[in-house]
Design a protein around this ligand. Structure first.
Ligand code: ADP
Length: 187
């Protein structure tokens, strides 16, 4: 199973993705987590990515391609993977398809859209900002990240929709309730 998680920041992709990791026994590849780790370790890649991340902009495509390609090549990802936060624009989606073809690992099977309204997203992210203090969780940056999502990432719903791969779930409710909805549409 090769699954792409789509949804606005704060839609619950990370949390539900973890549950799916346990269910399917395949790893989750999160470019956001990988980038935050690189920033923390102050690697050259992290230093390049930091300004864009703090501003709520996308990091340059070339920066994330390396992360994904390396991760896809690892043994635990051979059976499949759950992509969280990648692809995030059309160019990335096309490059992902090319990468999978090149390494002979077959296509993306499904793209799961976790749908949450903008209003709810702002509320959740402000709440998370207070609890976790992530550098990109101030209100202005949060609003900007939602704009970036709507402009850059939302078109992917169409991209996967046209390929008959898109499934949608309402991302509001209890964690377990949402998880069951997801398992339902992935069957
Ligand atoms: P979110 O809470 O927005 O879902 P992520 O943890 O996925 O956040 O990503 C945090 C930040 O890392 C993004 O705002 C962006 O700057 C950068 N980032 C993550 N994934 C990508 C990607 N695929 N392409 C470009 N930038 C990315």
């Amino acid at each position: 199973m090769r699954l792409v998680l789509l949804g606005a920041p704060g839609s619950g992709k990370g949390t539900q993705g973890e549950k799916l990791v346990a269910h399917f026994g395949i790893p989750k590849i999160s470019t956001g987590d990988a980038l935050r780790a690189a920033v923390k370790a102050q690697t050259p890649l992290g230093l390049t990515a930091k300004a864009a991340m703090d501003a709520g902009d996308l990091v340059a495509n070339e920066v994330v391609y390396g992360i994904v390609e390396e991760r896809l090549a690892q043994p635990d990802a051979q059976k499949g993977c759950i992509l969280d936060g990648f692809p995030r624009n059309l160019a990335q989606a096309q490059v992902l398809d090319t990468m999978l073809t090149r390494i002979g690992k077959g296509d993306i099977d499904k793209a799961l859209h976790l749908h949450v309204t903008d209003e709810e997203i702002v509320k959740r992210l402000l709440d998370r900002a207070q609890k976790e203090g992530r550098a990109d969780d101030t209100e202005a940056v949060i609003r900007h990240r939602i704009e970036v999502y709507n402009a850059e990432t939302r078109p992917l719903l169409d991209y996967y929709g046209k390929q008959g791969k898109l499934v949608k779930v309402e991302g509001v409710g209890g964690l377990e309730e949402i998880y069951q909805r997801i398992l339902g549409v992935l069957k």
